[in-house]
Design a protein around this ligand. Structure first.
Ligand SMILES: NC(=O)c1ccc[n+]([C@@H]2O[C@H](COP(=O)([O-])OP(=O)(O)OC[C@H]3O[C@@H](n4cnc5c(N)ncnc54)[C@H](OP(=O)(O)O)[C@@H]3O)[C@@H](O)[C@H]2O)c1
Length: 341
């Protein structure tokens, strides 16, 4: 269940993943019109606006048209969501992590080329900024193709930042996370070996491949293979991460991963770096693939910060009320998602 509330009025908004839901402090509510998406809105209890839907998939499809007006019911027009607004996923059992998507792309939107060499899109200062973001995260996630193609270490590189994490009682680097349908991951890859036993690794695997992946990765240090359902479900992944104490998740690609997080409305913030050149290769991966995104010309993301870093540009977008509530927005006339037309 997704839930958010306005602490000033105690109004609550919940969106349930099912036909009915229990909401703390409110009576039981039951959704109507499964199969008729637009007639499913229900209200229950004083100051409560609810909406039930049959599946998480349809919830995702409704979000632009339904979630936004419901949010406007809860927040007075023009008001900025408070920092205490919370998003709760899946039965309200645990709050999902704050999800930050991080990506560097060429001016024409490519995140790599088709050569076997690694394409450097960023510059040293920006790589250092990304390292700083890693150091702030509890976990860092990449897709299995990025794992196989790039062989990333996913460690915090700066010794100062590693020491600072240790002082705060954290492991020197965040937990490493990957997602795979096939389970085809090399236990000798840097993902598993770099950081040794000091850094935990979590492999979320589609159910049919779990047993084989567990066998293949049995010797990989500090590694857990987790059944993430079939088909693999990102909400299951985020719920499990939250249950493991992950509060801030940094997602570092690739294309399929970014596309799914954005299309499912599961990203709070996007840090997009634009490199000052073109790739121009139709066979290369782009930042995202085709999908029904929540943001279109009528539903614009909030640009919180444009920043020049040497020859690249960082664009920081805030995507959810949670992000808008937690972070300062530099652009005075940008509107919160709740106030969109
Ligand atoms: N410029 C940048 O900032 C940046 C950052 C990262 C990556 N990249 C580039 O991005 C490219 C890779 O992107 P990509 O889109 O091909 O791959 P990707 O997003 O890294 O990984 C896709 C793979 O992840 C697994 N996966 C993802 N979602 C899944 C789901 N819902 N269910 C089951 N499995 C799922 C599958 O693994 P299995 O195949 O094991 O089933 C799938 O093939 C590389 O060229 C890399 O260099 C660029």
């Amino acid at each position: 269940m997704y839930q958010t509330s306005d602490p000033a009025t105690d109004d609550a908004l919940f969106i349930a993943n099912g036909h009915s839901a229990e909401v703390a402090g409110a009576s039981r509510v039951t959704g109507h019109g499964s199969g008729n998406e637009e007639s499913g809105a229900v209200g229950s209890g004083r100051g409560t606006v609810g909406f039930c839907c049959p599946t998480m998939k349809t919830l995702t499809a409704w979000t632009p048209s339904v979630l936004s007006p419901l949010l406007e019911c809860c927040w007075r027009p023009g008001s900025r969501p408070s920092a205490t607004i919370r998003w709760i996923t899946m039965s309200g059992a645990s709050e999902r992590p704050y999800v930050l998507l991080s990506c560097a792309m060429s001016v024409d939107g490519y995140i790599n080329d088709t050569s076997s060499d690694r394409l450097l899109l960023s510059n040293d200062d920006d790589f250092d900024r990304v390292d700083g973001q890693r150091a702030l995260a509890d976990a860092v996630l990449v897709g299995a193709t990025t794992f196989r193609n790039d062989n990333p270490r996913l460690l915090v590189r700066s010794t100062d930042r590693r020491a600072d994490r240790q002082q705060r009682g954290l492991p020197v680097s965040p937990v490493k996370v990957t997602i795979t349908g096939s389970g085809n991951l090399d236990p000798q890859a840097s993902f598993f070996t770099a950081g040794g036993t000091d850094v935990a690794k979590l492999v979320y695997c589609a159910s049919p491949a779990v047993r084989a992946a567990q066998d293949r990765l049995s010797m990989a240090p500090s590694t857990s293979v987790i059944d993430a359902s079939s088909p693999l479900d990102l909400v299951t992944v985020l719920t499990d991460l939250a249950a493991r104490g992950i509060r801030r998740l940094m997602v570092e690609g690739g294309q399929h991963i970014h596309t799914q997080f954005l299309a499912a409305g599961l990203a709070d913030e996007l840090q997009l770096v634009i490199a000052p050149f073109f790739v121009g290769d139709a066979g290369a991966p782009r930042f995202v693939g085709a999908a029904a995104f929540l943001w279109d010309s009528g539903h614009r993301m909030t640009l919180a910060e444009p920043r020049q870093i040497g020859d690249v540009a960082l664009l920081r977008y805030l995507l959810t009320p949670r992000a808008l509530g937690e972070q300062p927005v530099a652009q005075a006339d940008s509107e919160p998602i709740s106030a969109r037309d």
